[in-house]
Design a protein around this ligand. Sequence first.
Ligand code: FMN
Length: 404
Amino acid sequence: MSIYETLRSVIRFDPIETDPVERRLKRAASVADLRRVAKRRLPGGVFDYIDGAAEDERTLAANERAFADVTFRPRVLRGIEKIDVTSTILGQPLAYPLVLAPTGFSRIADPQGELAVARAAAHAGLPYTLSTLSTRSIEEVRGVSDGRLWFQVYAWRDRAMVKEMIDRAAAARFEALVLTVDTAVLGRRERDVRRGFSLPPSIGPQTLVDGALHPSWTWAFVRSEPIRFANVAGRDVGDGASPVKLSDYINTQFDPSLSWHDVEWLRSVWSGPIVIKGIQTVDDARLAADAGVEAIALSNHGGRQLDGAPAPFSLVAPVADAVGGRVEIICDGGVRRGSDIVKAVAAGANACMAGRAYLYGLGAAGERGVDRVLSWFLNDMERTMLLVGAADIAALNREFLDGS
Ligand SMILES: Cc1cc2nc3c(=O)[nH]c(=O)nc-3n(C[C@H](O)[C@H](O)[C@H](O)COP(=O)(O)O)c2cc1C
């Protein structure tokens, strides 16, 4: 064989990818890769707002480590041909056991913001939870999605306004309310403190340099309409039309004295299912079940509130033992791969929630980045379940986990 023939048999020239978004996505194989792409594309302050957490960020690290510290007990030779990862939450179908967590201010990652995430969730057959502090309104989000939508509620001091938002969510056929209970005061997110980060990002000497170094983000940001807290636009509670520090905003507008009476109040103004997000002990999981809510999300807000809070995954088994069957259990925090979802379900969760994973996709490549993350999770789950020998969601249990 001549050298020419040998070379011809091994040399391959892939067609040049002309679509820049596809080029970016092609080089990424995992959520960690998309995080790196997002870090490159977004101004430092924006990336840190998404990526960062409270104080020493120990809880953020612990959330991920809790998954890493548990290994599988894989079973082999089980004759499994087909994997079925479909499930249900709140009595409705899920393509796989994941709900997209509420994340405020998504338009700083991509101009489409919550619209992109809602569309991606609907393509994937998963519910999307819209944050109270979203930058696209309840009605705009329903306008682009026929999928399952949940609405996350913070307790503004102005309860009449909260009631109005809840009525709007009902009119827009949102299915469930998610009451976040871990934000009596904003956690001290020191990356934001150091940068003096505000929402929307303000233009000062430091941000000008940062913006110049990230021209595609800056160009998209200045071309799109101003970013607001879309659900309270024009209200006297402040709609984010001028830059505010999130800590100042939350600490003046939100009611720190939230109690179980407020859960009763919520029940009186909303006829659909209620999810309490931010449960961090078995005792409070019991109280939530006693209060008759349909689901709880074990969550420390992705480590953004109390540094030193327990990792949600480590709470799944004890909470499932205490209240499983009485209330559905969602494990929220640290999910970066479909195998994490498999572990959470095996430990006793009905589903997971994920925030940063899809935000990295959004920051790296807009809606297509979110699509990519959600399809990776699906493929990860199918592959992992085949490798551990569990044919479907009902087959998953603690026998498949070591060290839990
Ligand atoms: C940028 C960002 C904004 C968030 N905004 C909200 C919010 O408005 N309301 C809320 O209940 N939780 C919010 N969260 C918390 C998420 O809902 C979720 O609990 C957290 O992201 C889970 O951890 P993970 O990022 O490791 O998946 C936010 C999280 C991030 C990263």
